[in-house]
Design a protein around this ligand. Structure first.
Ligand code: CDP
Ligand code: CDP
Length: 223
């Protein structure tokens, strides 16, 4: 059996990681894994169980009962905690506000990293595009294709504000900046690690960014 080709994609919020990785996976006919969805689902679960998200010991206590499932088909990626479909619920500002506190707990990162590696191992397609913050450096440092997707801060904020119509652009921008700052204290996703190819999407539209990612994949993995 030939080994699944892993494409690791990291980058800050609003760089286009999720949407571009998903589109690239669809074009390649490969699987897709959004690792941020797991950090968000655990945050949703912690809030639901009325656990204080800043109490690391209590968050760690909740891990064994965290029953998480995500599909890897880029056409339909639903997220479940137990029997509850949390696909929409994990995107609310309430969940987004607590996710950095959950993500900085080392035991949480180790637990979810193990979960991601298990999902990647079970992939039955030729390849899988995995995106997050520490995929190129921690989860899959040996992946044959490793990409840092970036874009200038103002452009990233404009993209996020456009998605969240009804929320003030200044508020969205400030929340995003604070989250990136908190996350970057835990893992470095602003600078490309050795061997990681940077794709800067500042001046690229969506399709051009997908093309750029596919070109890196074709060159590095010879597909
Ligand atoms: O899509 P967006 O950039 O807003 O964030 P996300 O990918 O859904 O990730 C949500 C949060 O999960 C991030 O703000 C990080 O705190 C955390 N995360 C992480 O620590 N490591 C990852 N590999 C993925 C996400
Ligand atoms: O996952 P991440 O937070 O990095 O970003 P995303 O949620 O995939 O992308 C944020 C928004 O930017 C989406 O609405 C994308 O369609 C858009 N985008 C864009 O307009 N131009 C690009 N070159 C890349 C993404």
């Amino acid at each position: 059996m030939t080994e699944t080709i892993v494409v690791a994609v990291d980058g800050p919020a609003g760089s286009g990681k999720s949407s571009v990785s998903k589109a690239a996976a669809r074009r390649l006919g490969w699987a897709y894994l959004d690792t941020g969805a797991a950090y968000r689902a655990l945050s949703w679960y912690v809030v639901e169980r009325q656990v204080d998200p800043t109490d690391a010991a209590a968050v760690i206590d909740a891990l064994p009962d965290f029953d998480y499932r995500i599909g890897t088909d880029p056409a339909t990626s639903h997220v479940y905690v137990g029997d509850t479909d949390v696909t929409e619920a994990i995107r609310t500002p309430e969940v987004t506000a607590v996710v950095s506190a959950i993500a900085r707990v080392p035991e949480v990162r180790a637990f979810l990293t193990g979960l991601f590696r298990g999902i990647i191992r079970k992939t039955d397609r030729d390849g899988i595009v995995v995106e997050g913050r520490d995929i190129t450096t921690v989860v899959c440092p040996d992946a044959p294709v490793r990409i840092l997707l970036t874009a200038d801060e103002a452009v990233r904020m404009a993209r996020r504000s456009a998605e969240l119509a009804g929320h003030s652009a200044a508020h969205v921008g400030e929340a995003l900046r604070r989250r990136d700052e908190a996350d970057a204290r835990v893992v470095d996703f602003m600078n490309a690690a050795d061997g990681v190819t940077t794709v800067d999407s500042t001046d690229l539209d969506f399709d051009q960014t997908v093309d750029a990612v596919i070109q890196v994949v074709q060159k590095a993995a010879h597909v």
